[in-house]
Design a protein around this ligand. Structure first.
Ligand code: SAH
Length: 389
């Protein structure tokens, strides 16, 4: 196999699996983009096997500490292992992310399960080139009815691949509904946001809803209304959900109807909605803020912080005494410290004292690797107003 000699002090020696262009000392054996390569240190000691793509900033991603080919058996073993991990954590494997890229030893492969319907994304060239092997392994391990490729993520372009959607097994499934803990979700594997649902928040719906009984709830950036539904089920006195997407709101309305819940859905820019509501003097007991990632790069972190500050400030001003704000950030570029400081600064501006009552993370079907900080991206806090001045 071709070999990359890695510079001392690169991340690989600190538990990470990524090799940046600047970490590479020598390339031998003329690897093609998408090939398997062996990583060596300066003394020739092997560091494992990696996928290679010189077009990407991350030129190599280690997938094994041994010499390992990306063959059919490898994919089968890795997928079986990923399923076992979810099973062992008590996660419903009919509604979950079954494979999450580096976190499951398959860099650039995402597999989401909606029962008989599987949706995959290949986000590295090496995975894209081996789609057939992946499909074979998925059929063997999971025996699904359909496999859809939602390869419409723009990151594929950075790897030199097309952006596309296609069926890899079976006919394109019509949108269908799925139930979870009394909630309903519309799964549209072809047109839905992400691959159909924000799977990473599912556990947090219940955690948040424990605070909702008898409360006036506002779910901002609600998508399919997972938080709204869970709060309504938990006995909230009134639930309003706001999302800018018309299609997400139509799905959310269908969910509420199917679950027998009364929720008020508003299609609006949440920034405008919060501003107008605050001006009108509206009050809520519980406000959930789960915006999209305001930043995809380190460079726009400041813009993201301004966005968080604005929604935090407005939400806090609308909170009743004892009111609780649950706020989430899904960008790993925004650190825990920065996000927390943003809440504190907004509280000072809003003239509120807050008590931290809960912290949230991503569902463990998006496993966090200690050695790869980028795998930890979803952070949430519940803060309660204890005084205002
Ligand atoms: N809370 C949701 C996930 C939210 S994802 C859940 O648990 O599933 C972010 C959502 O914000 C998306 O549904 C997107 O349509 C919506 N969105 C993006 N920009 C928005 C804006 N400016 N105002 C309101 N909604 C917005």
């Amino acid at each position: 196999m071709p070999t990359l000699v890695v510079q001392p002090r690169s991340r690989l020696f600190h538990g990470h699996d990524w090799v940046y262009a600047s970490d590479v000392k020598i390339v031998t054996g003329n690897p093609e983009p998408g090939d398997e390569v062996i990583l060596n240190d300066l003394r020739g000691k092997p560091l494992g096997s990696a996928i290679y793509n010189p077009r990407s900033q991350i030129v190599a991603r280690r997938y094994s500490f041994r010499r390992q080919h990306l063959d059919a058996d490898f994919f089968k073993r890795r997928i079986e292992r990923a399923v076992k991990v979810r099973d062992s954590l008590g996660i419903d494997t009919n509604l979950c992310r079954l494979v999450w890229s580096e976190s499951d030893g398959l860099p650039g492969l995402i597999v989401d399960s909606y029962g008989d319907h599987i949706v995959i994304q290949t986000l590295t060239l090496a995975m894209g080139l081996r789609e057939n092997l992946i499909v074979e392994a998925l059929i063997e391990v999971l025996n699904p009815k359909t496999i859809t490729a939602r390869n419409d993520a723009p990151v594929r372009k950075a790897e030199g691949m097309e952006v596309e959607k296609k069926m890899l097994l079976g006919e394109q499934p019509a949108p269908f509904a799925i139930q979870s803990a009394g909630m309903t979700f519309q799964i549209d594997v072809w047109e839905g946001q992400k691959t159909g649902l924000y799977l990473d928040q599912i556990d947090n719906y219940q955690l948040v809803a424990r605070h909702a009984k008898g409360k006036r709830v506002l779910d901002c950036f609600s998508n399919q209304g997972g938080f709204a539904q869970a709060c309504a089920l938990a006995g909230a006195s009134e639930v309003t959900a706001v999302d800018a997407s018309e299609s997400a709101n139509l799905q959310a309305q269908a969910n509420a109807t199917a679950s027998g819940l009364s929720i008020k859905f508003v299609t609006d820019n949440a920034f405008d909605f919060l501003k107008d509501s605050e001006k009108k003097g509206d009050k809520y007991d519980l406000i959930i803020l789960d915006p999209p990632s305001f930043t995809k790069t380190k460079n726009s972190v400041n813009d993201a912080m301004r966005g968080y500050k604005e929604i935090h400030l407005r939400a806090m001003k609308m909170m009743e005494p004892d009111g609780i704000m649950m706020t989430f950030s899904c960008s790993h570029h925004v650190s825990t410290g920065e996000f927390y400081a943003n809440i504190r600064d907004a509280a000072v501006d809003a003239k509120r004292s807050l008590r931290l009552i809960e912290r949230y993370s991503q569902r463990p079907d998006h496993p966090i690797l200690v050695g790869i900080p980028e795998t930890e991206y979803l952070r949430g806090y519940a803060v309660q107003v204890i005084a205002s001045w």
